[in-house]
Design a binder for this molecule. Structure first.
Ligand code: NAD
Ligand code: UDX
Length: 465
């Protein structure tokens, strides 16, 4: 086994940045180069002002301050990074394809393939190449073919090492990972490569938590893990709809079923619907793979997880319209939160986007407060939907840096993200500044509904009457 001293990571995003920061922290003897083709992003990673880092994660800036310039470096020079490293992580984006065969379902592997070609062309000695991006099962075989076609005298070992961190808790998830998964070829070289990567994680994780499998199992496990997690949310959200009709309380149901150790209590929080860059994209990819292999029923089963999520977002928006006397035309609605979950500035696939779109379609005017998301990002999210012009979006979607200002003169507040600070607000003061009757739609069930009702609010949660 080779003891790795130089690593490069292609892709300085939500995974590449935090993952490499933690590896650098725990392996001071390894020199790590994180590279990206986006020069603005790299400039932000190199910024002296920690508020500028392109990824917000609790605990990340402290680690960056400790290791950046010592054994962690950010640059745009991908070729140099390829030449220098014994081990290269591919951590680029793998979005849903927006064109051609598999449009709207399959993963777009163009960025991964570009990396593979660049690595194949630029390598001057043997390399271990690690798939960190989430990829369809059997991608490693395509990557190997690309390498083989470009260089016959250099040996490339390809490993699959999917990342399981969740945003908002990335640093903790990396430092205390339940498991690290490494898939490799069942050859001697493949097994040695697994050991080299395993040694890097063993710097801080017990060996028992490092699972090695064949490469296809590893690739498929990542899609499966995300599908199972998202399925739990869609399951409880489907129950939330029934709770609203029957007088059952979804939080009580979740507590009751979660106490069964076979079910477990995590990931049973009913919500406005799951967002984030991974769940939808990875399930669509899984559905595509099932259908590709002729497994229509298996594909239909997983697709339902996404359909329920769409239904949940739509239901939330419709409930707002219904409660506000069947019209929100010309009414002001304050959104508390835009990020897809708390403690992140990421908004990809956030439920906020489609809920806002639906309400704007009904001619509501929305004012958003989010502690970490910038207005420009929100407008970009709306523009991406392509429902209306940028000008129209800017007219219908406003932004305040103070939550009390966002709520002032509004007819209703919709809690979209579960930011902790919302629980600490002076809700009496908020109530006084709003139009009456004043509504709160708690899309995360994080507020004390009884307290709000005592103040005078009309309150609607998720999955409770
Ligand atoms: P991201 O969009 O935040 O970052 C990807 C980066 O790769 C971008 O900065 C982009 O400029 C760069 N890039 C793309 N092609 C490049 C190339 N050829 N050369 C150099 N740079 C290139 O994406 P992310 O959220 O970090 O996700 C990366 C991968 O990890 C995806 O496959 C995703 O599914 C997976 N993943 C993400 C998460 C998450 O929480 N975000 C968790 C687990 C796994
Ligand atoms: C997910 C996986 O958890 C992680 O393992 C994988 O590596 C990447 O995808 P992430 O999307 O960052 O992580 O966050 P996660 O905590 O899973 O939340 C995803 C969405 O589900 C959020 O919108 C969140 O608010 C929602 N959610 C989560 C619920 O609605 N209810 C829950 O009980 C849990």
């Amino acid at each position: 086994m080779t003891k790795i001293k130089t690593i490069s990571c292609i892709g300085a995003g939500y995974v590449g940045g935090p993952t490499m920061a933690v590896i650098a922290l725990k392996n001071p003897h390894i020199r790590i180069n994180v590279v990206d083709m986006n020069p603005e992003k790299i400039a932000l990673w190199n910024s002296d002002n920690m508020d500028d880092l392109p990824v917000y994660e609790p605990g990340l800036s402290e680690i960056i301050q400790e290791v950046r310039g010592k054994n962690l470096f950010f640059s745009t020079d991908v070729d140099q990074a390829i030449r220098d490293a014994e081990m290269i992580f591919i951590s680029v984006n793998t979005p849903t394809k927006s064109y051609g065969i598999g449009k709207g379902m399959a993963a777009d592997l163009k960025y991964v393939e570009l990396c593979a070609r660049q690595i194949g062309k630029g390598a001057t000695r043997d390399k271990i190449v690690v798939e960190k991006s989430t990829l369809p099962v059997r991608t490693a075989s395509s990557i190997k073919k690309i390498f083989a076609a470009q260089q016959s005298n250099i040996s490339f070992s390809v490993l699959s090492n999917p990342e399981f961190l969740a945003e908002g808790t990335a640093i903790n998830d990396l430092l205390n990972a339940d498991r690290v998964l490494i898939g490799g070829e069942e050859t001697e070289a493949g097994q040695k490569a697994i050991q080299s990567l395993s040694a890097i994680y063993e710097a801080w994780l017990p060996k028992e938590r490092i699972i090695s499998t064949n490469i296809w199992s590893s690739e498929l496990s990542k899609l499966t893990a995300n599908a199972f997690l998202a399925q739990r949310i869609s399951s409880i959200n489907a129950i939330s709809a029934l709770c609203e009709k029957t007088g059952a309380n979804v939080d009580e149901v979740a507590k009751a079923i979660g106490a069964d150790s076979r079910i477990g209590s995590k990931f049973l929080k009913s919500s406005v619907g799951f967002g984030g860059s991974c769940f939808k994209k990875d399930i669509l990819n899984l559905v595509y793979l099932c259908r590709h292999f002729g497994l229509q029923e298996a594909g239909d089963y997983w697709e339902q997880v996404i359909k329920i999520n769409d239904y949940q977002k739509q239901r939330f928006a419709e409930n707002i319209v219904t409660a506000l006397f069947n019209t929100v035309s010309g009414k002001d609605i304050a959104f508390f939160g835009w990020a897809f979950k708390k403690d992140t500035n990421d908004t990809r696939e956030s439920a906020a986007i489609e809920i806002a779109d639906k309400l704007i379609e009904e001619q509501a005017v929305i004012t958003v407060y989010d502690p970490k998301v910038k207005y420009a990002r929100m407008i970009e999210d709306m523009n991406y939907l392509d429902t209306r012009s940028e000008e129209e979006n800017e007219k219908a979607l406003n932004f305040e840096t103070d939550p009390y200002e966002a709520a002032k003169d509004s007819h209703a507040i919709a809690v979209i993200t579960e930011w902790d600070e919302f629980k600490t607000y002076d809700w009496q003061k908020i109530y006084s500044s709003m139009k009456k009757p004043a509504f709160v739609f708690d899309g995360r069930n994080i507020l004390d509904h009884e307290d709000l009702r005592k103040i005078g609010f009309i309150v609607r949660g998720i999955g409770k009457q």
